[in-house]
Every structure is written in structure tokens, then in C-alpha cells.
Design a binder for this molecule. Structure first.
Ligand SMILES: Nc1nc2c(ncn2[C@@H]2O[C@H](COP(=O)(O)OP(=O)(O)OP(=O)(O)O)[C@@H](O)[C@H]2O)c(=O)[nH]1
Ligand SMILES: [Mg+2]
Ligand SMILES: [Zn+2]
Length: 283
């Protein structure tokens, strides 16, 4: 029988089959192969035992999910957005060829926050939606975007991912305590899980503070649409926009036409990928 993994428990898996969730175990070997068994995986199971993980369309490490059709990156004014996390979520979406949108939550707290996000990420050409899970503003518009696509909610802890699931499905899942101090490293959601109602399927995931870009060094410049668009004006073909002379990207950054902060993060991400590759090659 063929089903889809909705939740991974310590020693078992909830598999959706024929509108029911069936708790299954798995053969030891399968748990160790590749990345093991992920939420979103399609599996074959017999007698409540998973015997095979079917080929994935895509897979992500943070959050750890497979076969995703849309990534919703959730950001909020409080906790403040970590743009490194957002940059890398986007890179990984491009790498895996998955549609990506940004949701700016908590519009009830700061109605101007969306402008800050648009200033930094308008260049991506992706949709940026403003919502509040508290006042429900923007929720029905967002629902329309999610129809019939396995959608993952990704982003830092406490931005309101679980609150969004609650708002969408009228549920009462545990959300973070309301407090002025949003403590670092305090995660309310600890396991990814698919929630489904009518034709919406949403994966709630634990928040994270750091994430690796899954792209290779040569692919990185192409994953920045605003750089790719002008790269034919760089002197060198295949310009990395790092050290090459007569680089159009650097010129636009220096004259304030492209975001300096995003460029600085680009250089840091570039160096991180390089470092990681060097370590890998040495081993
Ligand atoms: N004012 C306001 N607060 C919100 C909104 N959405 C969520 N919150 C609050 O933000 C806090 C964190 O919400 P959660 O839904 O637990 O955040 P999360 O992203 O699921 O966090 P993790 O599970 O740790 O990754 C809670 O106190 C929510 O009540 C909103 O639209 N407006
Ligand atoms: Mg949560
Ligand atoms: Zn260049």
C-alpha cells in the first residue's frame, strides 16, 4: 500500500492512507538510508511496516521535509527578521525548484513592516503578503494561494507559524507564550507535521535560527535574480561579483541601486559555501 508521511514520531510514523492516519514502524535499513524517512515522503507499507521510501521530488534539511510544492517563509516584526535565514530559505527553494512566497505576519503589531520586507526582497519578484493571525487580516487571500499544494511553513521561532495553522484551520495547537522577551532557542513546535483540511495541506515545522544554503558555489550568483539580470554587464563571464574588476553588481551596490546589506550577506554566504566545500574536499 502507498501512503504519505504526515508526522515522524520517536519510533513510529503517521502514514496517511485512504483518509486515515495509520501508525507504522519501519525496517531498520530504511530508517538509515539516505535522509531516512521525512514528513512529506511517499512510502510503501505492509502490515504497518514501511518497506520503501518512494523517489522524492525534492527534500529540505531545515525544515526537514520532502515533496514540497510551495514554501511560505514567515517573518514578523517581533522577533525581528533574520535576513540570512530568509536569503537561504529562498536559495534552497530555487535550488530545489520550489515556488516561494513571503508572509509578513503580525500586521496588527506593525503595519509598516511589510514595506521593510518589500524594500529588501521586492527584487526577487516573489509574492509578499501581509497577514495577522490575530485579526485574521489577509488569511483568506493566503488560503487561496495554498490550494492543492503541499505547503511548508518555514522560518524563525515565534514568528507565528503554528498560529497561522490555527487561524487557517480553526485549531487550537500550542503556540509560544506571549511575552516581551522572546527567548533564543526556545521552540514551541518540536516536530514537523502535516495538517489538512479540504484542499489545503500545510506542514507546520519547528523554527530555526541557522540554516545552510544547499546551493553550490557556481550556482550562487544565478540564484540572485537582481544580480543575474545585470551580470551580462560585468566584464567577466561567470563573474562571481566578489573580487572581479568592472563588476556591474558591485557598481550598483556602491551607488546604492542595489541593497548593500543583501550584498554583504551574499559575500558571507559565498564564503560559507566555499569554506564548506574546502572542508569537504579535505576529508
Ligand atoms: N500580535 C500578534 N501576535 C502573534 C501573531 N501571530 C502569532 N503571534 C504570537 O507570536 C507568538 C509565537 O507564535 P507561534 O505560532 O508559537 O510561533 P511559531 O513560529 O510556531 O514558533 P515555533 O513553534 O517555536 O517555531 C505567540 O505568542 C503568538 O500568540 C499576530 O498576528 N499578531
Ligand atoms: Mg510553532
Ligand atoms: Zn559581477
Amino acid at each position: 500500500m502507498k501512503g504519505q508521511i504526515y508526522k515522524v514520531h520517536t519510533d513510529s510514523y503517521s502514514v496517511k492512507y485512504d483518509d486515515k492516519l495509520i501508525k507504522c514502524g519501519a525496517r531498520g535499513l530504511i530508517k538509515k538510508q539516505g535522509d531516512g524517512i521525512l514528513v512529506g515522503d511517499f512510502v510503501e507499507f505492509e502490515n504497518k511496516t514501511i518497506v520503501k521510501v518512494l523517489q522524492r521530488q525534492n527534500r529540505f534539511i531545515r525544515p526537514s521535509v520532502a515533496n514540497i510544492e510551495l514554501i511560505v517563509a514567515v517573518v514578523s516584526p517581533e522577533p525581528k527578521p533574520d535576513f540570512f535565514v530568509l536569503d537561504k530559505l529562498y536559495l534552497n527553494a530555487v535550488k530545489e525548484g520550489v515556488e516561494f512566497i513571503i508572509v509578513a505576519n503580525k500586521s496588527d503589531v506593525d503595519n509598516d513592516f511589510i514595506n521593510q520586507i518589500t524594500a529588501e526582497y521586492g527584487c526577487l519578484g516573489v509574492e509578499i503578503l501581509q497577514i495577522s493571525t490575530k485579526t485574521l487580516s489577509g488569511i483568506s487571500e493566503l488560503k487561496d494561494k495554498l490550494k492543492s499544494k503541499l505547503t511548508v511553513l518555514a522560518g524563525q521561532s515565534a514568528v507565528g507559524k503554528t498560529s497561522l495553522v490555527n487561524a487557517m484551520f480553526n485549531l487550537d495547537l500550542k503556540v509560544g507564550e506571549l511575552s516581551d522577551k522572546i527567548q533564543r532557542g526556545k521552540h514551541t513546535t518540536t516536530r514537523s507535521e502535516i495538517f489538512e483540511y479540504q484542499n489545503i495541506k500545510l506542514v507546520d515545522t519547528p523554527g530555526f535560527a541557522v540554516i545552510d544554503a544547499m546551493v553550490e558555489i557556481d550556482e550562487l550568483p544565478e540564484c540572485y535574480p537582481e544580480y543575474f539580470e545585470v551580470s551580462h554587464e560585468c566584464k567577466f563571464r561567470g563573474c562571481s561579483h566578489i573580487n572581479e574588476p568592472n563588476c556591474k553588481v558591485k557598481e550598483l551596490v556602491n551607488t546604492g541601486k542595489l541593497s548593500k546589506k543583501r550584498y554583504e550577506r551574499y559575500v558571507e554566504i559565498y564564503n560559507d559555501i566555499l569554506k564548506r566545500r574546502n572542508i569537504y574536499e579535505k576529508n
